[in-house]
Design a protein around this ligand. Structure first.
Ligand code: PRP
Ligand code: URA
Length: 208
């Protein structure tokens, strides 16, 4: 059985997702929305992270707290995953960041790997693959293939919008990887774009 697909359907997040999709949203606002939505996904995806009880001193006494024990790695798929990684680092600065450069060939839609900055020894307990768009699933599958070749054992995928085709392909190739998403859209068009989607997530973040 495949790992779960979780869609965060909270109304405040869905409000922001609507703004993100809107054609008139300019890159600065687009980046800010990517950041907010990514942090929400991060919180949900790390709900089961291992932590031990701790105590802190407040001005009025002691309060229960906890200490997270796991080492996290963020794996942004360049370039659209960069905005997600930045937002997650604001939230959890001590994570490692392993950059993977992949782009889709315009004609074949096959992912081409052009950059891999995984460390020689992978030392995280949990790796989070970050990419706003899961279309055919080719890029996500390739990113997870690379992580598994480097013996990364625990992997989760965080994305904003997915096509049903991409989810099916990813679950078939990597049934052990849970997906955390903001929306599952209707279909892919003949150019491999998610409909209704939001257009090109990289272009809209970086004004290209
Ligand atoms: C986009 C997106 C994913 C990929 C999804 O990147 O950020 O990486 O397409 O498509 P897939 O599921 O069909 O593989 P793109 O190739 O446009 O590169 P960019 O981020 O550099 O613009
Ligand atoms: N990549 C994007 O940025 N958008 C899509 O709809 C599909 C792939």
């Amino acid at each position: 059985m495949a790992a779960p697909v979780l869609v965060l359907d909270h109304p405040l997040l869905q409000h922001h997702l609507g703004q993100l999709r809107a054609v008139q949203t300019e890159p600065p606002a687009f980046r800010a929305l990517v950041a907010i939505l990514s942090q929400a996904l991060f919180v949900e995806a790390t709900r089961d992270v291992r932590a031990v009880p701790a105590e802190v001193t407040t001005p009025l006494g002691t309060a229960p707290s906890c200490q997270v024990q796991e080492r996290l790695a963020f794996v942004p798929v360049l370039r659209a995953g960069l905005g997600m990684a930045e937002a997650l680092l604001d939230f959890w600065p001590k994570a490692s960041v392993w950059h993977l450069g992949l782009y889709r060939d315009h004609d074949t839609l096959q992912p081409i790997t052009y950059y891999n900055k995984l460390p020689p020894r992978v030392d995280a307990d949990l790796a989070l693959v970050l990419d706003p768009m899961l279309a055919t699933g080719g890029s996500a599958m390739a990113a997870i293939d690379i992580l598994k070749r480097h013996h990364v054992r625990r992997i989760k995928y965080l994305g904003l919008i997915a096509a049903p085709e991409g989810i099916r392909a990813l679950q078939k190739a990597h049934p052990d990887v849970p997906l955390y998403l903001m929306a599952i859209d209707d279909h892919l068009n003949e150019h491999g774009y998610i409909v209704p989607g939001l257009g090109d997530a990289g272009d809209r973040q970086f004004a290209t």
